[in-house]
Design a protein around this ligand. Structure first.
Ligand SMILES: [Fe+2]
Ligand SMILES: [Fe+2]
Length: 283
């Protein structure tokens, strides 16, 4: 990419593509922070505008040789109460965060043909910047505990939702921020508890940062999903159900973090009807 980087100002879509094409996690997130800062400066009152432009994002982002990616069924399970178990949890989170960096830059690069207000790009660049911080926070904790990202196998198939929705911006918004990232809000308090019980204050602090910032990523998803539904004259709830059934047929599962989901603009009638354990009121 360096040849391209030196020829005139990059568009935002080209920056996004460059992040997607960077394999190493620390390098990817450093580039991500740099471009997010350039975007922020360009959006300041006296900033020089950066064009959105167009790009050719790869179908799958570049990834380091390690971790080895395995089918989730083949990833060894460890007791969450043990130090090894906590390292395994952090390793899995680092993998999720790295995927999230790419998912947010991918939505920037992939859908430039869909007209959006510039705030759409502000939101996803900010989300990508935050995910880059999350990856580094968790990698720092892994390293402090004597491990590193790449030391263990990781789940393959985390990019599947992105590939399935390469041609469908509404499907992408429904599945990535509004299903997968909302699921993060459901499970994070339980993970924080594990590290509280282990008296690992630094990890608890890192995970609290992540937990607080992820609410806004789900909210960006809900906001732009509702925006598109409004523009197309579609009912957001019905549309969301149809898209999740099409692109994510395994649906959503309780327990749900109803409070944080509501804070992110996801009312219960969005997700309960997609669950097998739906209360009678939603049937
Ligand atoms: Fe994150
Ligand atoms: Fe996120």
């Amino acid at each position: 990419m360096s040849a391209t980087l030196n020829t005139g100002p990059l568009t935002l879509a080209q920056m996004a593509e460059a992040v997607l094409r960077t394999a190493d996690g620390r390098e990817k997130t450093a580039l991500s922070h740099r471009y997010a800062e350039m975007w922020r400066q360009s959006r300041a009152p006296n900033g020089t505008p950066i064009e959105i432009g167009t790009a050719s994002p790869p179908l799958q982002p570049a990834r380091p040789d390690k971790p080895e990616q395995l089918d989730p069924r083949d990833v060894p399970r460890r007791k969450p109460g043990s130090p090894e178990g906590r390292i395994a949890i952090l390793h899995a989170i680092a993998h999720i965060e790295l995927n999230a960096v790419d998912l947010h830059w991918d939505i920037v690069a992939r859908f430039t043909h869909v007209p959006f207000p510039i705030g759409f790009y502000d939101d996803w660049v900010k989300a990508a910047d935050e995910e880059s911080k999350h990856f580094n926070l968790i990698c720092d904790r892994l390293e402090a505990l004597g491990s590193f990202y790449g030391a263990l196998p990781a789940h393959a198939g985390m990019w599947r939702a992105a590939e399935d929705t390469v041609e469908d911006i509404m499907g992408r918004l429904a599945v990535v921020p509004m299903v997968l990232e909302a699921r993060g809000l459901d499970v994070t308090p339980g993970m924080i508890k594990i590290f509280q019980n282990a008296k690992d204050r630094e990890t608890v602090e890192a995970m609290n940062v992540i937990y607080a910032e992820e609410v806004s990523h789900v909210a960006y998803g809900a906001k732009w999903f509702n925006f598109l539904c409004g523009r197309e004259g579609l009912d957001p709830t019905e549309e969301f159900h149809a898209l999740v059934r099409r692109f994510f047929p395994s649906g959503t599962k309780p327990p749900f973090n109803d409070e944080k989901r509501a804070e992110a603009g996801m009312p219960p009638d969005f997700y309960w009807p997609l669950s097998d354990e739906m209360p009678a009121a939603w049937r």
